[in-house]
Design a protein around this ligand. Structure first.
Ligand SMILES: [Zn+2]
Length: 306
C-alpha cells in the first residue's frame, strides 16, 4: 500500500496491521509488519510476544529491542537479511527486561548497543544473572543459549542520532521500569514506545512506577506522531496510546478508592479485580491483574506514609 494511503487510514484511527500490504508470517507465528517504507515491526513469535522494530536507512540498519533469546533474535536478523545486506549500525534496548535484551548477542557486532544507563546497571553482575535465571524458569526454547550482552553506550536523559537520512530521538521516561526509553522518528511520525505501551495485553508491572508511567504517557502524547509501535502487540494509531493511559488511570483510581476505605491489599484485590476484568476482558494476561493491583497498592501506601 502506498505510504500516502496508509497515512490517511491511520489518520482515521484504524490499526496499521489491517492496512499494510506487506505482512509476512513464518511458521512459528512471528509476523513482520511493514509499518512504513523501510520501517518494520516483528511481532508475536515464540517464547514471549515482545516486539522488535528495525529501520533500514541508506547507510545501514537500526534495531530496537532484540527479543527473548538468540534463537528469536536470529529470526529477526533473517527478516532483516531478506531485505538488505547493509550493516547493523545500532541496536537499542528500550529497557532491561529479558524479552527485549536477551537477543543482544546476535547484534553484538553492531556499531553500538544503546540504552539508558539503568539498563546497563540492571543487567550487570548479580542482578543481571538473577534476571536471566528467572527467565530460565519459563521453559522458553533457546533460553540456555543466552549470554547477557550489555549495552555499551548509555545516556541519562536523551540522545539524538542522525542515521542515513533519519533523525531519531531517544528519550528516557520512567514508568514500566526505571530505565525506559522511547524512540521518536521524526520523518516517519512514529514512536517506538517499548513497554511504556502494550497493545491488547495487561501490562507487566513488576518494576513499575504507576504515577510516573502515566506522566510519561503524557510526554509521549505531546509528540507529533501518527504511528505507535508498542513493546507488546501490534502497531496502531493514537488510540493504542490512549487505551494504555486509560488502563493505568483506571487502575490507579480503583485502587485508591479502596485504599481510602482502609481496605487491606487482599480486600483491594478482591474489590478491584472484577472491575478491571469487566472493563478489560479482551486483554491477554488477565492473570497479571492481581500483581498490577498490588504494585499500585504498594506505591500509593508508601506515598500515604510520607
Ligand atoms: Zn518489559
Amino acid at each position: 500500500m502506498a505510504v500516502k494511503g496508509l497515512r490517511w487510514l491511520v489518520g482515521m484511527g484504524l490499526f496499521v496491521s489491517f492496512l499494510t500490504g506487506s505482512v509476512i508470517c513464518n511458521a512459528e507465528g512471528t509476523k513482520t509488519i511493514e509499518v512504513w517504507k523501510n520501517l518494520f515491526a516483528v511481532v508475536n513469535g515464540d517464547g514471549i510476544d515482545s516486539t522488535t522494530t528495525f529501520l533500514i536507512t541508506r547507510d545501514g540498519v537500526v534495531v530496537v529491542d532484540t527479543r527473548v533469546t538468540p534463537l528469536e533474535a536470529g529470526k529477526v536478523l533473517a527478516e532483516i537479511r531478506k531485505r538488505t545486506q547493509l550493516p547493523i549500525l545500532y541496536t537499542i534496548n528500550t529497557h532491561y527486561h529479558g524479552d527485549h535484551t536477551f537477543g543482544n548477542q546476535v547484534f553484538e557486532d553492531s556499531g553500538a548497543i544503546i540504552a539508558h544507563e539503568n539498563v546497563k546497571k540492571s543487567l550487570t553482575g548479580a542482578s543481571g544473572k538473577a534476571h536471566l535465571d528467572f527467565f530460565k524458569t519459563m521453559n522458553i526454547p533457546g533460553m540456555d543459549e543466552t549470554v547477557i550482552t550489555l549495552p555499551n553506550m548509555v545516556f541519562k536523559e536523551e540522545m539524538e542520532m542522525y542515521v542515513g537520512g533519519y533523525h531519531l530521538k531517544l528519550i528516557h521516561a520512567r514508568g514500566h521500569t526505571d530505565g525506559d526509553l522511547f524512540v521518536y522518528i521524526k520523518e516517519l511520525k512514529t514512536l517506538i514506545t517499548g513497554d511504556l505501551v502494550s497493545n491488547g495485553k495487561v501490562p507487566y508491572m513488576g518494576d513499575a512506577y504507576v504515577e510516573e508511567w502515566i506522566a510519561s504517557l503524557d510526554v509521549l502524547s505531546d509528540f507529533d506522531a501518527e504511528i505507535y509501535i508498542p513493546g507488546h502487540g501490534e502497531p496502531g494509531g493514537k488510540p493504542v496510546l490512549i487505551a494504555m493511559k486509560h488502563y493505568l488511570i483506571n487502575l490507579k483510581e480503583m485502587v485508591r478508592n479502596q485504599m481510602e476505605k482502609g481496605l487491606s491489599l487482599k480486600e483491594t484485590q478482591d474489590a478491584v479485580r472484577p472491575l478491571l476484568q469487566a472493563k478489560y476482558k479482551n486483554l491477554k494476561k488477565q492473570e497479571w491483574l492481581d500483581a498490577n493491583i498490588e504494585r499500585a497498592y504498594l506505591e500509593f501506601s508508601m506515598k500515604k506514609d510520607r
